[in-house]
Design a protein around this ligand. Sequence first.
Ligand code: PXP
Length: 248
Amino acid sequence: MTDLSINLNKIALIRNSREGNYPDVVEFAKVCIDQGADGITVHPRPDQRHIRPEDVRRLAALVQPLTDVEFNVEGNPFAPAIGDYPGFIELVAETMPDQCTLVPDGDDQLTSDHGFDLTSSGEQLRPIIERLHSLGMRVSLFMDPDLAQIELAKEIGADRIELYTGPYAAAWGSDQLEALFQEHLAAAELSTRLGMGVNAGHDLNLHNLAKFASIPNLLEVSIGHAFTVDSLTLGMAKTVQSYKALLG
Ligand code: PXP
C-alpha cells in the first residue's frame, strides 16, 4: 500500500490568475481528504508563482489536527526571505508539516527537474536536516536514482528519499523504460536497506503509476500536474479514487 499525497500547486496557479481567493486551495484539500487522500503536498516557491505562504499556513491549520493525513511541504532549503516570503526553512519551521521534502530547485526552473548532488551540497544540508529533526519533522531529499548519492543521503541524516520520476515518465512507451525502471528499483532497494523510506514523484499519472508503484516498500507518491488535469475530465473526487485504486 503506497500513500497518495496530492500536490495542490496547480489549484493555486489557477487562483493566482485572478484577484481574490477562487479557487481556494483549502476547499480542494478538503475534497481530496474526504475522498481518501493520505496527504497534501505544497511547494511554496519564493516567487509565489502558485502556492503562497498564507496557503501553507491555512493548509497546516486544516491538516495538522488530522492524525491520519500527512502534510508535506517541499522546496529549496536555501531559498531566502523575499518580500512576504519568509524563506523556505522559516516557513517550514512556522507551519510544522509532518514531512519536509528538500528539493534542489532554482528560481529559474519551470519545475523540479533533478535530484540533489550531495557531493557538493551535502555538508550545507546536514545542519538544515538537523534543525528540521530538532523540530520533530521527517526529512526527505529529492534524489535521482544514483546509488552513490543515495548512500550520501543516508550519511547526512535523511529519513527518506523522494525519487525524481520525470525521466521514468518521459520514457513511458519507449524501449528505455525498463532500464530506467530497474534503476529506480535498485535505488529504492538500496534506500530501504540503508533504513531510509522511499517516496516518489514527478509526472506520475494514471498510465504510468501502477508500474512504478510495484516497487516494494514505496511509501508515498506525490502527484499534482496530471492529477489536476484528470480532475478536469473526471472530477476531483473520482480522480482521487482512480489514483487510490492504482495504489491499493
Ligand atoms: N515532487 C516534487 C519535488 C515536485 O517539485 C513536484 C512538482 O511540484 C512533484 C513531486 C509532483 O510532480 P507533478 O506535478 O508532475 O505530479
